[in-house]
Design a protein around this ligand. Structure first.
Ligand SMILES: *[C@@H]1O[C@H](CO)[C@@H](O)[C@H](O)[C@H]1NC(C)=O
Ligand SMILES: *[C@@H]1O[C@H](CO)[C@@H](O)[C@H](O)[C@H]1NC(C)=O
Ligand SMILES: *[C@@H]1O[C@H](CO)[C@@H](O)[C@H](O)[C@H]1NC(C)=O
Length: 244
């Protein structure tokens, strides 16, 4: 048992050479995740972006992205991210915990770079639905970094909220048919984040009127880039949902 468990574990890690994607909507299977470039707004910009998968397993993924974006003002050009294949399809009322761990840094960053490092989490009434669709009721962002004065959509509604061992300012906005709640770190960059996302979800239910019948449809984690040149590295990321 002990040996076969060890062998199984080591086989879950992909040991091959890293893979890089370069095209606007390229994605790569990444163990329990999908790595996507999501250069959704490149028509507004001049530049390029490439993303590399370094390693992946069912639990953990390591990846990086390089970008150079000019023009288009401070509008977001891209959201290179990893999306969990498994942490979804659970009603808020049925979540026991949603542990996540994310270690990241910028290896390089030009002066004047604008962007953020953030989770993008989607809730809806149906058990499944893609982001930014008619299935979307809420978009929940958790900003671990706001770079070069970037701000979330909408306006700041509450400051100094303590959730999951960190202090946040909450921004509220709306976009087409969904509402957006963005938690911005009030204490600066959080390069090593190790929390239970359910603390945010229960806050949204108890304090912001989100129905606990809503389903978590998608959990993504990545970096929005607006302008500048940077190399962003996620050394380790994981997320899961433990149902009741
Ligand atoms: C980023 O660019 C540097 C320099 O060109 C290169 O060494 C590195 O492999 C690139 N990383 C990614 C994630 O593309
Ligand atoms: C992305 O890769 C292309 C080659 O495929 C390269 O021309 C470009 O400079 C790279 N961009 C960045 C930001 O590293
Ligand atoms: C809650 O989650 C458990 C485990 O996945 C599942 O068996 C159960 O049907 C769920 N309950 C509801 C009300 O969705």
């Amino acid at each position: 048992m002990y040996f076969s468990a060890l062998v199984t574990l080591s086989c879950l890690f992909s040991l091959g050479a890293s893979q890089t994607i370069t095209i606007q909507n390229d994605c790569l299977p990444a163990g329990g995740y999908t790595l996507c470039q999501n250069l959704w707004n490149i028509a507004a910009a001049v530049g390029s972006q490439n993303s590399t998968l370094m390693s992946s397993s069912t639990e953990t993924v390591s990846w990086a992205t390089n970008y150079t974006w000019a023009d288009g003002g401070d509008s977001v050009k891209s959201y290179a991210n990893v999306e969990s294949l498994d942490a979804k399809g659970v009603q808020l009322s049925n979540i026991s915990s949603a542990p996540t761990s994310w270690s990241w840094n910028f290896e390089t960053q030009s002066s004047g770079t604008q962007g953020d490092v953030a989770y993008d989490i989607w809730f809806g009434q149906a058990s499944s639905g893609r982001p930014s669709t008619t299935e979307s009721s809420y978009e929940i962002m958790i900003w671990l970094s706001a770079i070069g004065g970037m701000q979330p959509i909408g306006s700041q509604s509450t400051t100094g909220i303590d959730i999951a061992g960190h202090t946040w300012n909450l921004w509220k906005g709306s976009n087409e048919n969904w509402e957006v709640f963005s938690f911005g770190s009030a204490g600066g960059d959080i390069n090593s984040f190790d929390v239970d996302l359910n603390a945010f979800f229960t806050y949204l239910v108890s304090e912001q009127g989100v129905a606990e019948s809503q389903y978590v449809q998608v959990i993504q984690a990545g970096t929005e880039a607006a302008v500048g040149s940077a190399t962003f590295v996620t050394t380790s990321y994981s997320v899961s949902i433990v149902p009741k």
